[in-house]
Design a protein around this ligand. Structure first.
Ligand code: SF4
Length: 344
């Protein structure tokens, strides 16, 4: 080692090119791709239809990145949270959630995050680096191996701002999407952003079918900037303009995330402004009972208030639902487990 490349970083077209450079036929790349992403093997020796010679060549040039679980927590409601050692003294979090429609995995896209959202447990975890495409996808493969299940939905909503790691995230989506591998349809992949406006335009132009979630959380620039510093760079008006472009270009509905914090953003005036901002847009609002974090300044809004807020939106033409709280007993908010277990 250790200049070996992670074979999971390549989408199928790229792997074919790699194989060409090794003097191998493209169909061999396809066979190896299937072993890695469909059969989920952890060593080249398990690739029984690949010759000994080629396996040795692959071993000389590549590694198969495999995560080890540092800690696994399981909630009473079935939510499971993993802290993975990713091999270079870094750790990342992944959360498995059970929904009526199947198993959904919330994956991280960066080690740490630069965005500094005030309600997020990842704030305070210093940004270390972007995850590579293979490191993003390995979260799915590791959970599939551990639980002996097939993941049907992926949300890019763990630690990190996915659009701040644009190329690797996009490539990871391509890898997840490939029918010869993980075969997770784009419609079953959601990407959540704090609002990196230029990247929303770029993503729209890719015309992927994945769902875009926008962390909105406030209805005035003053309030949003106090919760999410990114708003100082791209304000609500610019953000919603980019969202409209995304909807027009892709024909896809956007999901707006709105975490309700007691006496911060949960009164009727907020609901009224939200209706005004989103009126006429092809969208859905996901109301989230805020997860109280250690030393955090925000408290969860009362259930009564959350229901009132939802009803106001629904009564005024904005489709809104309240997200079920998952794994509150295992600190399922992103960053919470990592903060506890990893000394920075
Ligand atoms: S909410 Fe997302 S973008 Fe904001 S700090 Fe947390 S991980 Fe980063």
């Amino acid at each position: 080692m250790e200049n070996k490349k992670n074979i999971k970083d390549y989408n199928l077209d790229e792997l074919k090119k790699e194989f060409e450079n090794l003097g191998e036929k493209p169909y061999r790349a396809e066979q190896v791709f299937k072993w890695i992403f469909e059969a989920n093997v952890t060593s080249f020796d398990e690739m029984t239809n690949i010759s000994f010679k080629l396996r040795e060549k692959l071993k000389q040039n590549y590694i198969i990145c495999i995560y080890k679980i540092i800690k696994k927590q399981e909630s009473k409601d079935g939510t499971k949270k993993y802290l993975f050692n990713i091999g270079d003294d870094n750790a990342i979090e992944t959360v498995l959630m059970e929904y009526k429609y199947g198993k959904s995995l919330c994956v991280s896209s960066q080690i740490g995050c630069k965005m500094g959202c005030k309600f997020c447990a990842s704030t305070g975890i210093p940004f270390v680096r972007n995850l590579t495409s293979g490191e993003i996808v390995e979260q799915i493969l590791a959970v599939q191996r551990e639980e002996k299940i097939k993941i049907s939905n992926v949300v890019l909503m763990g630690i990190g701002e996915p659009l701040d790691n644009y190329n690797n995230v996009l490539n990871a989506i391509k890898i997840m999407n490939n029918q010869k591998g993980l075969n997770i349809g784009a419609r079953h992949i959601s990407l959540s952003t704090s609002g990196l406006v230029p990247k929303i335009y770029d993503l729209a132009n890719e015309k992927l079918q994945c769902t875009l979630s926008i962390s909105l959380h406030a209805t005035t620039d003053e309030k949003r900037s106090s919760m999410m510093p990114i708003n100082n760079k791209y304000n609500i008006e610019e953000l919603l303009k980019a969202c409209k472009y995304y909807i027009e270009t892709t024909g896809k509905r956007i999901s707006f995330e709105y975490a309700l914090a007691k006496e911060e953003n949960d009164n009727e005036e907020d609901a009224k402004r939200l209706v005004k901002l989103l009126k006429g847009m092809l969208c859905h609002v996901n109301l989230i009972p805020i997860n109280k974090i250690e030393n955090g300044k925000y408290d969860k809004s009362s259930n009564e208030n959350i229901i009132k807020f939802r009803d106001y939106l629904n009564d005024h033409g904005i489709v809104a639902t309240i997200r079920r709280e998952l794994g509150p007993d295992i600190e399922a908010a992103c960053g919470q487990l990592r903060k506890k277990e990893v000394k920075e």
